[in-house]
Design a protein around this ligand. Structure first.
Ligand code: AGP
Length: 615
């Protein structure tokens, strides 16, 4: 996903822009560029296919002079990754420079109109059309300044955008706007910091303003921050104080953010439970539910929408909610749900799960559900994200910033929050008796410590990674609560090592996939001691009978599977519902070490973005 940074203040802009772009690298990108404006309105811009370091190398140590500028990392939507398509894009007269995260869906029609009015284009991007449109509006409506012209232009745009645009004739102001793609304004002491999220801003200021959809803003050294809607209504800026801490966005001595985040899970799960799981009181406190008890007590069904790893968390939530709260649950891919005209309305609760809180399909799904009268409960990790702000109620996972593109700590934190929700609603609806509830509280409270213990098996897992890193395919199997863990294990492996992997319910093997089994196909089986254990043991035997190699995740002390599998990795026991927070850890570590051994870009795998804010 593209990244946007901007600066206006009394310091040199260029080093701040470059540092900001590096803090956004985790989002995934293929090109980078900057534009800096000097005091006298001299615009200098550079853009390059490749990484931020490639851009710096291309500039050969040249540091543009100026205290205002914009920077961009591009994740290609329209037009291949190359120097010409990299941002910033300039107006025909060279006076305006613009960067953009999102998609202008009607760019083709706009481009035709602009070409008819004599505009020439050099790139294949939709973004270049937008900067020419602003230029055209400034030229055809005498006296409109950049702020007004941008607002007028965006009324003609269909699509998603987070933009920053500068005008050489007004070297002391930056104009911004957003719709569906996030944009944050950091308020410093006589300085303004712009970014797609808070990470490039936190080291300078904790005071931020989140732009809302269809808002245009201008930051100026003389008149400060001004916000209007694109319909020209005045907006009073609301300053929020960031909770994020600096060290949370540094690697902290780990080689990759992903490894750091895997190891942070004992703390992130504990942080997620803190203040909510009240062992001594035998209760769970969740403001997002406490304030809507009647609605949860009367809800006829729950619909869970999410994408990717968050969708896997939704599958586990389905099992927990139906087991603990006896409420019917449907789990949907957000991208499918939003387009199929679903039957949903008042009395339904839609649970949206999203680490970033910016995933376009999930955001669109909650907007549709709200329009149809459902209550939206958002479970996000990024505080102040669009989904968290647009949900009626919700719960943050409090896992801290997750920089690695492959989601790990956010996933287990989602499972912890969803366990709390299922237990809280189960008690509320009288479906979960106090005795079982209390036992579950104790088990859930013990999870962080059990996760910590799992880290001791990392060297054994690294050795397994060495054995299996060169296999072209892999299968992941599980049943019940561990079936989504198998899906998640397969996703982790394929998204960071580029090895083809599939997850299946173990019982499904006989319906086709068992044809894939031979001595070259590693089969990772989650075979912990749960209600399905005996059936999974049979599935392991079926695989072995066909020459397959089995690597099993087992409950500590298991002796039966250990006699069948090539390798076993032990996890502590817990309630079946909470085992996924344990059984997923070895699979995270396995994928990480395989990817490292294959010299993949672990934190920024090819083609991927940390948050998919385009459809
Ligand atoms: C997970 O490792 C992937 N990075 C991806 O599937 C991710 O879970 C998905 O894009 C959803 O993102 P979200 O949780 O931020 O909505």
């Amino acid at each position: 996903m593209c990244g946007i940074v901007g600066y206006l203040g009394n310091q040199d802009a260029f080093p701040i822009l470059i540092k900001g772009l590096k803090r956004l690298e985790y989002r995934g990108y293929d090109s980078a560029g900057v534009a800096v404006l000097s005091e006298n309105g001299q615009l200098e811009y550079h853009r390059r296919k490749g990484k931020v370091d490639d851009l710096l190398q291309h500039m050969e140590g040249k540091v543009p002079d100026g205290n205002m500028g914009i920077g961009h990392t591009r994740w290609a939507t329209h037009g291949p990754p190359n120097d010409v398509n990299a941002h910033p894009h300039l107006s025909g007269d060279g006076e305006l420079a613009l960067i953009h995260n999102g998609i202008i869906e009607n760019y083709h029609a706009l481009k035709e109109t602009l070409v008819a009015r004599g505009h020439t284009f050099y790139s294949d991007t939709d973004t270049e059309v937008l900067v020419h449109l602003i230029e055209e509006i400034m030229k055809s409506s005498e006296g409109l300044d950049l702020f007004e012209a941008t607002r007028v232009a965006l009324n003609e745009v269909v699509g998603a955008y987070a933009i920053a645009v500068v005008d050489t004739r007004r070297p002391h102001e930056l104009v911004l706007a957003r719709k569906s793609s996030p944009l944050v304004i950091g308020i410093g002491d006589g300085e303004f910091y712009i970014a797609s999220d808070a990470k490039p801003i936190i080291e300078y200021t904790k005071n931020v303003v989140y732009l809302d959809d269809e808002e245009v803003a201008r930051v100026s050294l003389s008149s400060g921050l001004k916000i209007r809607t694109i319909a020209n209504h005045k907006v009073t800026p609301v300053i929020t104080e960031l909770e994020m801490a600096m060290e949370s966005i540094e690697k902290g001595g780990y080689e990759h953010f992903m490894l750091k985040e895997i190891h942070e899970q004992p703390r992130s799960i504990a942080d997620c439970l803190r203040g909510r799981l009240r062992l001594g009181h035998e209760t769970i406190r969740m403001a997002g539910i406490d304030d809507h008890e009647e609605m949860w007590a009367e809800a006829k069904r729950l619909i869970i929408v999410a994408c990717g790893t968050s969708w896997h968390a939704g599958l586990i939530a389905e099992y927990m909610l139906e087991d603990f709260a006896r409420i019917p649950v449907e789990v949907e891919y957000a991208s499918e749900f939003r387009y199929r005209n679903p039957v949903i309305g008042k009395g339904d609760i839609l649970i949206a799960i999203s680490q970033s809180g910016e995933t376009a399909d999930t955001l669109a799904a909650i907007r549709m559900a709200k329009e149809k009268g459902a209550h939206v409960f958002g479970i996000c990790n990024v505080v102040g994200s669009s989904i968290s702000r647009e949900s009626h109620s919700g719960a943050y996972t409090h896992a801290g910033p997750e920089i690695g593109v492959a989601s790990t700590k956010a996933f287990t934190a989602q499972l912890a929050v969803l366990a709390l929700v299922a237990m809280r609603v189960g008690r509320l609806r009288g479906a979960l008796d106090q005795l079982r509830f209390n036992r579950l509280l104790v088990e859930l409270d013990a999870i962080p410590e059990k996760v910590e213990a799992l880290m001791k098996s990392e060297s054994k897992i690294e050795a397994l990674a060495e054995l299996y890193k060169d296999r072209p395919n892999a299968l992941f199997l599980g049943r019940g609560y561990n079936f989504p863990v198998a899906l998640e294990g397969a996703l982790k492996l394929k998204e960071i090592s580029y090895i083809h992997a599939e997850g299946y319910p173990a019982a499904e093997m006989k319906h086709g996939p068992i044809a894939l089994i031979d001595e070259n196909m590693p089969v990772f089986v989650v075979a912990t001691k749960d209600a399905h254990y005996d059936k999974v043991v049979s599935n392991i035997q079926e695989v072995k009978a066909r020459g397959g190699q089995v690597i099993a995740i087992v409950t500590r002390g298991d002796t039966e599977v250990a006699t069948m599998a090539e390798h076993v990795i032990e996890v502590h026991n817990s309630d079946d519902a909470f085992v996924p927070m344990l059984s997923t850890i070895p699979l995270q570590l396995l994928s990480y070490h395989i990817a490292v051994k294959l010299e993949r870009n672990v934190d920024q795998p090819r083609n991927l973005a940390k948050s998919v804010t385009v459809e």
